[in-house]
Design a protein around this ligand. Structure first.
Ligand SMILES: C[S@@+](CC[C@H](N)C(=O)[O-])C[C@H]1O[C@@H](n2cnc3c(N)ncnc32)[C@H](O)[C@@H]1O
Length: 401
């Protein structure tokens, strides 16, 4: 992102900000002081969204115009960027916001970027808009992007109602304290889960709670969801899912993918179980999504696109590194990640380097990978008491040298 007088350039879009002057302190932008929200720290979120949308169009919907609804658009930056950057498969984009100021600046941004043939700006409450389009709009909507302040929970049912068969849903959540277990009562209220404490793998737990919530809302509508990418970055979690119709699929989705993380005195919260195995377990976090977080095929396409066609993006190197890391952890995605610092404190040992620990685990015949969720995190199919033993062994070797 490059700051100009009143305009920023992000991706291929020029974006006017509303009352920029009052939000600049010493040349730095303070997003919270803008009348219409624009957060430069979310550029990676928007860059990835462009890439996922383009990969979705290429792999899943190559023949249909992909009509898009972005019901919380603020400056319109996302909607404009989808029209400019996600390829020819993008159909019509409806960009909406409840704020009058947002709608006025989004309209300017649509004009100055010459996308007024594709992007229509309206002023509506997000849920009213989505339900209205669901019932009154003859064109299928194949991508809905929910990007609210804080929790997305109140908007999920309307978004799932609107998105068409095999459509894409993108959801951002910034209420990480709730999703990550620091506010058990709010977790119960918002996401209908027992999220009783913050645990070392809380970033992944938060993403799985969000996915589990979306999946159960989808089931209410006889729909099912299949994650494409679920990640955590800075102060937010972001998930992309493909939504399908059909009650049988929906039943199977619940059966296979809804479960909990179980606590054990010896190894902490380390096992993910399906729901029938959770019943009767003493201490659990859930219900949450225990199925896949990543779709390898689509992410391979994202990586190829990122390496070949989108080098102009400001965050492209960070995205490429992140997707490579995710492709590394994907085969072990059904094992919740662990953190070396937490395990070392449990085993009362010093903390080894991650690559060394992973090597020792592999030498014992198990698989192990890094994870994007934490620089000291890893995934493995080795039982946790084996990992604790390896940690003790490594520590003894270290001290006997
Ligand atoms: C986080 S900002 C959106 C940022 C934008 N999507 C981007 O990428 O820069 C959330 C926006 O949602 C709008 N909003 C809040 N509640 C809403 C509601 N119920 N319906 C529609 N818009 C709403 C706010 O006015 C604000 O502009």
């Amino acid at each position: 992102m490059r700051l100009g007088q009143a305009v920023v350039k992000e991706g291929k879009a020029l974006i006017h900000l509303y009352d920029l002057d009052q939000a600049l302190t010493g040349g730095l932008l303070e997003p919270a002081r803008l009348n219409v929200f624009y957060n430069p720290y979310m550029t990676l979120n928007r860059d990835i969204s462009v890439l996922i949308l383009r990969a979705y169009i290429d792999n899943v919907a190559p023949h249909s115009p992909v009509n898009i609804v972005e019901p919380m658009t603020a400056t319109g930056v996302r909607a404009v960027r989808y029209a400019l950057e996600a390829g020819e498969g993008v159909g019509k984009v409806i960009a909406s916001d409840i704020s009058e100021k947002a709608v006025s600046i989004a309209s300017v941004n649509v004009k100055i970027n010459n996308v007024d043939d594709k992007v229509k700006v309206v002023r509506r409450e997000a849920r009213s808009l989505m339900y209205e389009l669901r019932w009154e709009n003859p064109k299928p909507i194949l991508y809905v992007d929910i990007d609210p302040f804080g929790t997305p929970a109140p908007y999920i049912l309307a978004a799932l109602s609107l998105v068409g068969h095999r459509g894409l849903l993108g959801v951002t959540a910034t209420d990480l304290a709730v999703l990550e277990g620091s506010k058990p009562k709010a977790s119960k209220r918002r996401y209908l889960v027992y999220n009783i404490e913050k645990i070392p793998s809380s970033k992944e737990v938060g993403v799985r709670i969000l996915l589990g919530f979306i999946a159960r809302m989808a089931a209410m509508l006889d729909k099912s969801v299949e994650p494409v990418l679920a990640y955590s970055h800075r102060h937010y979690a972001r998930v992309f899912l493909i939504v399908e119709r059909g009650s049988k699929r929906s039943d199977k989705m619940l059966e296979d993918n809804i479960g909990c993380v179980k606590f054990s005195e010896q190894t902490g919260y380390s096992l993910m179980l399906r729901w029938d195995e959770c019943l009767g377990a003493q201490k659990t976090i859930g219900p949450l999504w225990v199925g896949n977080l990543f779709n390898r095929d689509l992410l391979n396409t994202v990586l190829r696109l990122a390496e070949n066609e989108y080098s102009y993006m400001d965050t492209i190197n960070e995205i490429i590194n992140m997707i490579r890391l995710i492709l590394e952890e994907e085969p072990l995605q059904y094992y919740i990640h662990q953190r070396i610092d937490a395990l070392a404190s449990k085993a009362r040992t010093s903390m080894p380097r991650r690559d060394l620990l992973l090597q020792y685990i592999r030498d014992k015949g198990y698989s192990a990978s890094r994870t994007h969720f934490s620089p000291v995190g890893f995934r493995t199919d080795a039982p946790m008491n084996q990992v604790l033993e390896i940690l003790r062994l490594l520590s003894q070797r270290h001290f006997s040298k």
